[in-house]
Design a protein around this ligand. Structure first.
Ligand code: SAM
Ligand code: DTB
Ligand code: SF4
Length: 323
C-alpha cells in the first residue's frame, strides 16, 4: 500500500462535510467505495468481541446508557470480573472467530488498583493470541503509561456527538475531558478507537461536526465505531426519534471518505438493522463489526446469523494486526 499523504486530511470544514452528506446517494456510495478500495480489501471485515468486565452503577449520567446509576433500567450491577472468567470468555470469542477482544467497564475513571487488574486481563488475552482493547473512562497520564507498558493494543473512548450537543446528553463531564484522555492515549502510543452514537435526536450538523472532530484530530483514530442508539427503557433517550436508515448509511460513507485508512466499525444497533442495510453499510466502507450475542449489556445479532450474512455477501474476516 503506497501512502499518499494528501489523502489524509485534518482540515475538514463544516460546509464541505454537509455537502458530502447531501450528495446524491449513489454518488456518495461510489465515492466512499472508491476511497475504501485504496487502502482496504473491499471484501474483508474485521471482527471484535465485547465483554462487560464491570457492569452498571456508573456515576456518569450519559443519557443513552443503561449502565448509569442515574436511571432505573433494571440492570444488575456487577463488580470487576475475575481474571479466569474473562479469559474463558476471550477464548470462547477466539474460538468463534474474533480477532480482537474489547473489555468495557462502567467507570467514570478507573482507580489505580483497577488498572493493575485490567492489565492482567490484557496480558492474559494477548497470550491467547488476540488483539486487546479496553474502554474504562477517563485516564490519568500514569494510568495510560501503565496500560501501554502492559501491552494494550487499543483504547476505546468515544466523543459520541458534537461538542454543542454533548451537554444535552451528558452533564457529569465535558467534551474537553474526553479530548484530554484521547490525547493521553495517542501520546502514549496506544491505538485510538473513537467514534460516536447517532439517533440521539442530534441534527445533521451535529453528525457532521462529530466526524470533523474525529478527522481533524492530529492523527485519525485507527478505529471509528459508529453506533446506532440502542434505546433502553428507563434511559432519557428512550423514545428518541428513530434515524432514517439511509442517513445512517450516509454517516458511514462520509466517515470512510474523511478517514480513508481507519477501520469504520458498524457497531451497536445491528439487531435493528436488516441484512440489506448492513450490506449497504459495508458497501459504504464499514469494515469492522462487533461479533457475538452481546454488546456490553444489550443484544447483538447471533454469531451464526453474522456468519450466514458474511457467506451471502462473500465477506471474509480480517487478519490479525490490522487497524
Ligand atoms: N464508561 C466508559 C466510557 O463511557 O467511555 C466505557 C464504557 S461506555 C458503555 C462505551 C461506549 O458505549 C459509550 O461511549 C457509547 O458510545 C456506547 N454506548 C453506551 N450505551 C449505548 C447505547 N445505548 N447505544 C449505543 N451506544 C452506546
Ligand atoms: C462502542 O463504540 N460501542 C461499544 C463499545 N464501543 C464499547 C459499546 C456499545 C454499547 C451498547 C449498549 C450496551 O450494550 O450496554
Ligand atoms: Fe458510565 Fe460509560 Fe455508560 Fe457513561 S457511557 S454511564 S461513562 S458506562
Amino acid at each position: 500500500m503506497s501512502a499518499n499523504p494528501e489523502i489524509l486530511r485534518h482540515n475538514w470544514a463544516l460546509e464541505e462535510v454537509l455537502t458530502l452528506f447531501a450528495m446524491p446517494f449513489n454518488d456518495l456510495i461510489y465515492q466512499a467505495q472508491t476511497v475504501h478500495r485504496r487502502y482496504f480489501d473491499p471484501n474483508e471485515v474485521q471482527v471484535s468481541s465485547l465483554l462487560s468486565i464491570k457492569t452498571g452503577a456508573c456515576s456518569e449520567d450519559c443519557g443513552y446508557c443503561p449502565q448509569s446509576a442515574h436511571y432505573h433500567t433494571g440492570l444488575q450491577a456487577e463488580k470487576l470480573m475475575a481474571l479466569d472468567k474473562v479469559l474463558a470468555e476471550a477464548q470462547a470469542a477466539k474460538d468463534a472467530g474474533a480477532s480482537r477482544f474489547c473489555m468495557g467497564a462502567a467507570w467514570r475513571q478507573p482507580k489505580d488498583k483497577d488498572i493493575d487488574q485490567v492489565i492482567e486481563m490484557v496480558q492474559g488475552v494477548k497470550a491467547l493470541g488476540m488483539e486487546t482493547c479496553v474502554t474504562l473512562g477517563m485516564l490519568t497520564d500514569d494510568q495510560t503509561a501503565k496500560l501501554k507498558d502492559g501491552g494494550l493494543d487499543y483504547y476505546n473512548h468515544n466523543l459520541d456527538t458534537s461538542e454543542e450537543y454533548y451537554s444535552e446528553i451528558i452533564t457529569t463531564r465535558t467534551y474537553q475531558d474526553r479530548l484530554d484522555t484521547l490525547t493521553r492515549v495517542r501520546d502514549a502510543g496506544i491505538n485510538v478507537c473513537c467514534g460516536g452514537i447517532v439517533g440521539m435526536g442530534e441534527s445533521s450538523e451535529d453528525r457532521a461536526k462529530l466526524l470533523i472532530e474525529l478527522a481533524n484530530l492530529p492523527k485519525h483514530p485507527e478505529s471509528v465505531p459508529i453506533n446506532m442508539l440502542v434505546q433502553v427503557e428507563g434511559t432519557p433517550l428512550k423514545g428518541a426519534e428513530a434515524l432514517d436508515p439511509i442517513v445512517f448509511v450516509r454517516m458511514i460513507a462520509v466517515a470512510r471518505i474523511m478517514m480513508p485508512k481507519s477501520r469504520v466499525r458498524l457497531s451497536a444497533g445491528r439487531t435493528n438493522m436488516s441484512d440489506e442495510m448492513q450490506a449497504l453499510c459495508f458497501l459504504a466502507g464499514a469494515n469492522s463489526i462487533f461479533y457475538g450475542e452481546k454488546l456490553l449489556t444489550t443484544d447483538n445479532p447471533e454469531a451464526n446469523q453474522d456468519k450466514v450474512l458474511f457467506e451471502r455477501l462473500g465477506v471474509n474476516r480480517g487478519d490479525m494486526n490490522c487497524n
